[in-house]
Design a protein around this ligand. Sequence first.
Ligand SMILES: CC(C)(COP(=O)(O)OP(=O)(O)OC[C@H]1O[C@@H](n2cnc3c(N)ncnc32)[C@H](O)[C@@H]1OP(=O)(O)O)[C@@H](O)C(=O)NCCC(=O)NCCS
Length: 342
Amino acid sequence: MPGIEVHQVTEDRPDLLEALVAVRAVTDREVNPDDPPAPAEEVAPELFSEWAMVRHVGFVASVDGSPAGELGLAAEKTEENAHMVDVEWLAVDPLHRRRGVADALLRTGLGWAEDHGRSAAVLWAPTLPGGAGRAYAERCGATLRLEERCSRLPVAELDRVRQDEWLRAGRERTDGYRIVQWVGPTPEQHLEALVAAHRAMEDMPTDELDWTVPPMTPERLRSRDEVWAARGRCNVSTLALAPDGAAAGLSELQINTHRPELAGQGDTGVVADHRGHGLGRWLKAENLRLALDTEPRIRIVETYNAESNPWMLDINVAMGFRPHVGYQAFQGDVAAMRKIVG
Ligand SMILES: CC(C)(COP(=O)(O)OP(=O)(O)OC[C@H]1O[C@@H](n2cnc3c(N)ncnc32)[C@H](O)[C@@H]1OP(=O)(O)O)[C@@H](O)C(=O)NCCC(=O)NCCS
């Protein structure tokens, strides 16, 4: 039997962080072969960050002293989802597979989850050739609940003619809708409206996942802005306001200051009363334009959508986003999974 060891990565153990960063470089390459590897400065705040809504923890496994696998957990602190833990990234170096490394990591992670009052776990698995993630999750007794599409927009392939059309259509509107934009933390004068716009996310499709979109509050938004800044994410925001000044929608995008070529689309949502007026397209076009003006080195924008959300997928496809990889969410019972992984 190989000597498998699992440790929680803590701020006082730079050696463990270094091991996890080394594993990440290998396992991320399988999903994103063209991306530069994530540096330690990017990975560390992901593992140690805690904010008003979520606590993150990370574990690293070694085999006979060599880094072999990693596990990243996210435990929501909101009342609605206090029973759940997200297994955001469980991955093993291909050289060390089928030797029990994933089981050793999950055993430790599920122990942590139970100690923190979690009874349900969601395993996120990329749809890579060979289907190892799905096979592993199903063997752990978890069932498929949600399919997400991770899409990427290569900026060089952005449909600029269409973008300009959407910008023009928005700017020539005469129905009283307007937008405001900023880069960085939310300005005080827009906080309340942005919170209201975020609540448009509450009816996004979550399919069979036993998870509730947690309502945004001013305190949560402030805390999120702080954690993003600590993670080296520069948030670009566009807020739509209705003729009466009420929040109508939002679109957000995060510039990654550690790897400026890779940007991440954040939330885009239109408040129910204001849907069907082309605000989604306008918001996305204006926000992307501001992001590219702010950080011209952006080469790729990545976005995640539920496969059951054709409205958002249609807008993204029209902009030039193309499917990159799927992520499937499998949910199971923590106690039952612990029995299986030993
Ligand atoms: C999925 C993954 C984490 C499994 O890691 P691993 O260390 O090889 O898994 P383990 O050795 O602990 O496997 C334990 C059991 O899970 C099942 N299993 C693991 N990989 C499997 C595969 N490719 N096909 C079928 N069953 C599999 C088997 O029952 C295995 O026991 P066995 O080897 O005695 O038959 C790894 O393949 C990986 O990193 N894949 C890419 C990332 C990913 O898909 N992550 C999502 C995880 S939910």
